[in-house]
Design a protein around this ligand. Structure first.
Ligand code: ADP
Length: 308
């Protein structure tokens, strides 16, 4: 059943994926709770798309336990599929269809799965407004710009009002305004529709803005799991202080920027100039964690630290 009251939307243990003689996923353990927005980060080739496609039921894993909305995605039924939305990296078909017709058409597949709690599909006019395509409703799909096209992909992903939504690099190629609108849409889906969301991105500012929790996948293992703040705490020297004194530039990394600056002024007073205080960004944290994993700290070790 899709509408039950279990807390886990996704539960994965010991997931392995082997292509030929290469282990792309080498024992992935992860979970996503219902209602959470989780961002999956990792370098190119880390296995993010492979993981998402296994969770969507589009690829069969080599080994491991995978439960998504209480079913094995490889064997899940139509009702399960109706509750899971997918926004693919690229999707090119139906160029001659008008935007509104295409959404009406896809939406009609979901009508039999409507429940009183979750009327399906999303009314097309409301959906067009949500993704900012109201004015393009009567245009053929092939006339949309790249950004509009991506927004249509998102609309197709959510037309069935999914309980769980997968998005693989949804904002690649978005301009800043469209990106901000998309972030608002994700927040609204999470807050108003209680949609569980798992998305991949290379944009760390986006991850920080959207994620309740961040997972970093590297070399086929999850090497970090926590909120952006929790992950930052794993990396030494969360705040960087820069200043000049006596004509010399200084840089110091510290956990307590305020105390350091207070002490700096007490010691050097009016000599201090050009003061800059910068908190560790998710980018700093991410780069440090991926470097740590590359140095062979071993995923177990990093995971244990993160879990503390
Ligand atoms: P990411 O999404 O993190 O960039 P992918 O899951 O796309 O990573 O790919 C992980 C690795 O698996 C890459 O080295 C890629 O070349 C390889 N790979 C992906 N799909 C296949 C496939 N169907 N056959 C063989 N190798 C594949």
């Amino acid at each position: 059943m899709v509408d039950d009251d279990g807390t886990r939307a996704i539960e994965v243990t010991g997931l392995r994926m082997r292509y030929g003689s290469t282990d792309v996923l080498d024992g992935v353990d992860l979970h996503v709770d219902r209602g959470e927005v989780v961002v999956l980060l990792g370098p190119n080739g880390a296995g993010k798309t492979t993981t998402i496609e296994i969770l969507e039921g589009f690829r069969l894993p080599s080994a491991g336990q995978v439960r998504v909305m209480d079913q094995d995605p490889a064997r899940a039924d139509e009702e399960w599929r109706a509750g899971v939305g997918v926004v693919l990296q690229s999707w090119r078909d139906h160029g001659r269809w008008k935007v509104r017709e295409l959404l009406d058409h896809f939406g009609s597949f979901y009508r039999p799965y409507a429940t009183p709690q979750r009327p399906r599909p999303f009314p097309t006019a409301e959906l067009l407004a949500r993704v900012g395509l109201t004015e393009q409703g009567e245009q053929p799909v092939k006339t949309l710009s790249g950004g509009q096209r991506r927004r249509l992909d998102v609309a197709i992903g959510i037309v069935g009002r999914p309980q769980l939504l997968f998005l693989d690099e949804p904002t690649a190629g978005f301009d800043p305004v469209v990106r901000r609108d998309f972030h608002d849409l994700i927040h609204r889906l999470s807050d108003l529709e209680d949609t569980t969301i798992l998305l991949t991105t290379h944009d760390l500012a986006e991850a920080e803005k959207l994620a309740d929790r961040i997972l970093i996948l590297d070399r086929g293992r999850i090497v970090a799991d926590g909120s952006a703040d929790e992950l930052a705490r794993q990396v030494a020297g969360r705040t960087e202080v820069r200043w000049t004194a006596g004509g010399q530039r200084h840089v110091h990394a510290t956990d307590d920027g305020t105390a350091f600056v207070r002490d700096l002024f007490a010691r050097q007073g009016e000599d201090v100039a050009d003061l800059e205080v910068r908190r560790t960004t998710l980018e700093d944290t991410y780069l440090a964690m991926v470097a740590r994993s590359a140095e062979g700290a071993g995923p177990e070790q990093v995971e244990l630290e993160v879990a503390r």
